[in-house]
Write a new protein. Structure first.
Length: 518
């Protein structure tokens, strides 16, 4: 078989064998699967790094679809060498799509470059994906007729997109992580190129070059998959000032633990957001837990929503009359890490293994909705409402469900963000609690790592007390006197009317993102 350049156009494929046609049809399925997953990878990385997942997914999907349209339009100018062009597209998309997640992590510390690189990747990958299906359709049409080919291609295209959309959240992300997932999907495109080079060698000029290109990109991605842990550690290390000592992608979120080489103190991050710093976490957790538990009255049953690190449970267990703590955290990876990682287990004093603590791995909203048990005190230690999913857990509907699960005369406390940095968000949480027919009072302290930090204390029935008997013998920070001062706010952090947040009108996360990004 000659290696001389071939000048025949698409019609030269007339009379392909059934195996060759099968190769083209399988290629349709695979490229459709890969295309949707590249879209999801870019949107997921951007949601992780920038927050506001609704915006990131909307922008990515919209821009990707536009770019696909551009790619499809460009195929009208392709009249010759369609097999070569398809193989070239697969090799290029395998390389660019395969390294897309790493590239985004690398440029993120240089914030001014992130969005241009993100949009550029979406446009380039989307345009290449847009080229694939029209080329394959034309190749199949020349050998199988227009009606049959369009039906086959569209059916496989839609089916491949479904498989990709389901495989990414259920298999690829939890079991491979973002980096390995993108490398593996790029590898699929590379294999498509290699199989097509082999199947259509007779129609390719300089076939050794095409074989070499396909094998080269496959080899690069195989090495990347095998070395993904090192690549991940290096790329993720660009986001953190301290050394990473643990990282994992759970079914729900990205979990990272860092340690400061000088002080030996640890920090826990979830999806890039700091959850606690060993330096001063006790300030945050004492202020969250002790005021609500120090109010006179029954506190036999305690509910903690969030708090999978066990630090809120540690503070609640200091009260001898607490008989049972139900801790609800959706992610078993967090509770496993915080009950086994030596530094964190030492911090929480083994609270997650205490026989009084029962852990429920479920959604907090679902837990409140589906159960009947009532609780004397409730502690809400959830992340800030930086996306629409978390915003639901700060909604009036959520607080109404919570009130239904509280015992008569019960109280709850929730962290509510910074009344200085996210002032409108903070007071909107209070307004939303009041809209659920509960009295509430706000208070604030200083946590050096976070700055000025605020909480809401609410009563299921009756008013919230304005004096507290903090058990100072067991505290490192909080006192009764300090708690009384915490009820007062500076002029630049004081009350605002606030907006009631609802599942049906989720305004809180929009407000939050506007405030943290200003």
């Amino acid at each position: 078989m000659s290696d001389a350049p071939v000048t025949a156009d698409a019609e030269a494929l007339d009379g392909l064998s059934r195996p060759q046609r099968a190769v083209l049809l399988v290629s349709v399925l695979v490229v459709a699967l890969c295309g949707i997953i590249y879209e999801l990878i870019i949107a997921t990385v951007s949601s992780y790094l920038l927050g506001d997942s609704v915006l990131q997914f909307s922008v990515t999907i919209g821009l990707f679809m536009f770019a696909m349209g551009v790619g499809s339009y460009l195929t009208r100018h392709l009249r010759r060498r369609l097999v070569q062009r398809f193989v070239a597209v697969e090799i290029v998309i395998a390389l660019i799509g395969g390294v897309s997640s790493v590239l985004l992590f690398v440029v993120f510390p240089h914030h001014v470059w992130y969005r241009p690189v993100m949009y550029g990747l979406i446009i380039v990958v989307g345009t290449l994906v847009g080229l694939e299906i029209p080329i394959l359709t034309r190749l199949l049409t020349d050998t199988g007729g227009l009606r049959r080919s369009i039906a086959d291609v569209l059916a496989l295209d839609y089916f491949g997109a479904l498989v990709g959309a389901l495989a990414f959240p259920l298999l690829l992300l939890p079991f491979l992580g973002l980096f390995r997932a993108s490398f593996c999907i790029g590898l699929l495109n590379g294999l498509v190129a290699l199989v097509n080079v082999y199947a259509f060698a007779a129609f390719l000029g300089r076939k050794r070059v095409w074989f070499g290109g396909a094998i080269g990109v496959i080899a690069t991605l195989v090495v990347s998959v095998l070395g993904a842990s090192s690549v991940m550690a290096w790329a993720e290390g660009q986001l953190y000032t301290d050394r990473i000592v643990h990282h994992e992608q759970s079914a729900y979120q990205r979990i990272v633990v860092t340690v400061n080489e000088s002080t030996g103190r640890h920090r826990l991050f979830i999806d890039g957001h700091l959850q606690f710093a060993e330096l001063d976490e006790y300030r945050y957790h004492e202020a969250l837990v002790l005021p609500v538990l120090s109010i006179p009255g029954p506190r036999r049953r305690v509910l903690i929503l969030g708090g999978g690190d066990g630090l809120a449970a540690r503070e609640a267990l200091r009260f001898e009359d607490v008989e049972r703590i139900d801790l609800v955290d959706i992610d078993p990876a967090i509770t496993k890490l915080c009950s086994t990682f030596p530094a964190i287990r030492e911090l929480n004093e083994g609270a997650l293994d205490d026989p009084r603590v029962t852990i429920h791995h479920t959604d907090a909203f679902a837990f409140l909705r589906d159960g009947e048990d009532r609780f004397d005190r409730v502690i809400i230690d959830l992340p800030d409402p930086h996306n629409e999913a978390l915003s639901k857990l700060y909604s009036v509907e959520f607080y109404r469900l919570l009130r239904r699960r509280m015992a008569h005369g019960g109280y709850f406390a929730t962290q509510s963000g910074s009344p200085w940095l996210t002032r409108e968000t903070y007071w909107s949480v209070g307004a939303t609690i009041r809209a659920a027919d509960m009295d509430t009072v706000g208070y604030n302290i200083t946590v050096p790592t976070f700055g000025v930090w605020g909480y809401q204390l609410a009563a299921a029935t009756g008013p919230v007390p304005d004096s507290f008997d903090i058990p100072e013998e067991s505290t490192r920070f909080l006192t009764s006197e300090l708690m009384e001062r915490a009820l007062h706010f500076g002029k630049d952090a004081g009350p605002l009317p606030g907006t009631v947040n609802s599942i049906f009108e989720p305004t809180l996360y929009v407000t939050y993102l506007k405030e943290v990004n200003r």
